[in-house]
Design a protein around this ligand. Structure first.
Ligand SMILES: Cc1ncc(COP(=O)(O)O)c(C=O)c1O
Ligand SMILES: [Zn+2]
Length: 429
């Protein structure tokens, strides 16, 4: 992502109410600035993230407050950059998706320590992106933006379109022109403007960075650019939910898909917060990153032992993960190495196979990103990297209905005349 700082155009940061969010802090040098629509450090150009003041919280009281909260991400409002009355505002109330105990898949993969699928296809626009957009929307409200925008690999465009429609914002979102039909329709149907860019995601992202610096983009909240510090925090809710749904327990291993890498880094941040707040018992956990071979800049760097992620030109059916120059790539490498995890990739063929395995064993129809995580999980077990005797959570972050082409050819078992004779002839009895 191009480094750029944008000054607040509207409200001064001192009037902004984003709950426990105290400031923005640079991930590289720790420099702090007031809350505002900025995303890069003015000292070192490092990425900014939200710093909180959680000092007033008592673990038991906080746990009770969360458990008494709504069945959506706002049960965790005390840990997010949102005002306390966020649940009363028009938004899509995403989250609290199913954590499915996947015993059939566990048998197929040889996992004995408990295998779970966190199924985020159950969100309002059928991907985990509703979580991050909900945070960005609150920041957009706080900073006085009226247009929501983003650069997207598909799912984010739909999540922004829907959230904007519900909240009464204008939306204008940008995607690569050649995305899957399901993603395009899901982004367009909410009535906002949808612009296809002739290029890949990295071209789209570069264009958006230019637009932010131009008068044409003035007053626009780009959820994953100038609102990125707020947006990114939404992925922490995946970590919170997984632990709460496991009975306030950390899993031993989590397998997370990587596009920009933001989600993976914030899942780690969420787990660390729960430990520090005393909501879960501290114990080691491992985070594994999953990519498609045709866009595997982070796994390539991981396997080569590099700290630097070299950009790639994506070529994979897992288009939602097709970011060749991932902004959070180096942080993903740090987390995988620090926790004792790994980053691995699978071929498109393995992605398709994994989609079918998950559907056949658990009745969950994942998009290609889910095929990537399940496929990588299987590969990591086969390679002896992921321990099958430990509690493992695999993320499915999107819905297979949006990437039907991936399983094209799956169809009718037989076509028969409407009589029993014809049914018998088909060899199904
Ligand atoms: C379905 C799905 N899963 C995972 C991701 C990865 O997100 P991140 O960019 O936070 O790594 C994306 C990103 O677009 C996605 O659409
Ligand atoms: Zn800095």
């Amino acid at each position: 992502m191009a480094v750029q700082t944008v000054a607040s155009t509207t409200n001064s940061s001192s009037t902004v109410d984003l709950g426990p969010a105290a400031a923005l802090s640079c991930r590289e040098c720790g420099h702090r600035v007031p809350l505002g629509p900025v995303f890069a450090c003015e000292e070192c150009f490092g990425p900014l993230e939200i710093a909180y003041d959680f000092s007033a919280y008592d673990a038991e009281e906080l746990r009770k407050r969360i458990e008494a909260g709504p069945a959506n991400i706002w049960r965790y409002a005390p840990l997010l950059p949102v005002p306390a009355d966020v649940a009363d505002k028009p938004n899509l109330n995403p989250g609290w998706t199913k954590l499915v105990k996947a015993d059939n898949l566990a048998r197929e993969l040889g996992v004995t320590g408990g295998l779970y699928v966190k199924d985020d296809s159950g969100n309002p626009t059928h991907s985990f992106k509703d979580r991050v957009v909900a945070q960005a929307l609150e920041a957009a409200r706080a900073f006085g933006f009226t247009t929501l925008s983003c650069s997207s690999t598909g799912n984010l465009a739909g999540a922004v379109g829907a959230a904007a429609a519900r909240a009464g914002f204008r939306s204008c979102v940008f995607i690569p022109h050649d995305l899957e039909q399901g993603k395009v329709v899901m982004a367009a149907v909410y009535g906002g403007e949808l612009v296809g860019i002739e290029g890949n995601y990295d071209d789209v992202n570069r264009f958006c960075s230019e637009l932010i610096g131009d008068p044409a983009g003035e007053g626009w909240g780009f959820v994953n650019v100038n609102l990125r510090p707020y947006y990114a925090e939404g992925s922490k809710t995946l970590a919170y939910e997984i632990c709460e749904q496991l009975g306030w327990r950390l899993p031993d291993q989590i397998v997370v898909p990587i596009a920009s890498g933001s989600q993976l880094t914030k899942i780690d941040k969420g787990l660390q917060e729960l430990i520090k707040l005393g909501l879960v018992e501290d114990k080691p956990y491992k985070i594994f990153g999953a990519q498609a071979e045709g866009c595997s800049p982070v796994s390539t760097a991981f396997k080569a032992g590099h700290d630097v992620v070299r950009p790639q030109k994506p070529n994979t059916i897992a288009k939602s993960l097709a970011i060749g120059n991932p902004a959070d790539g180096p942080y993903v490498l740090d987390i995988a190495r620090r926790t004792g995890g790994a980053v691995e990739d699978v071929t498109d063929e393995q992605v398709v196979d994994a989609i079918k395995v998950l559907a056949r064993t658990e009745g969950i129809f994942a998009e290609t990103a889910g095929g990537v995580t399940v496929g990588v999980t299987r590969k990591l077990i086969e390679n002896g990297v992921l321990d099958p005797s430990l509690t493992t959570v695999v993320l499915n972050t999107g819905d297979g209905l949006k990437t039907l082409d991936a399983v094209a050819g799956t169809g009718l078992t037989a076509t028969i005349r409407p009589n029993l004779e014809s049914f018998r002839e088909a060899g199904l009895v």
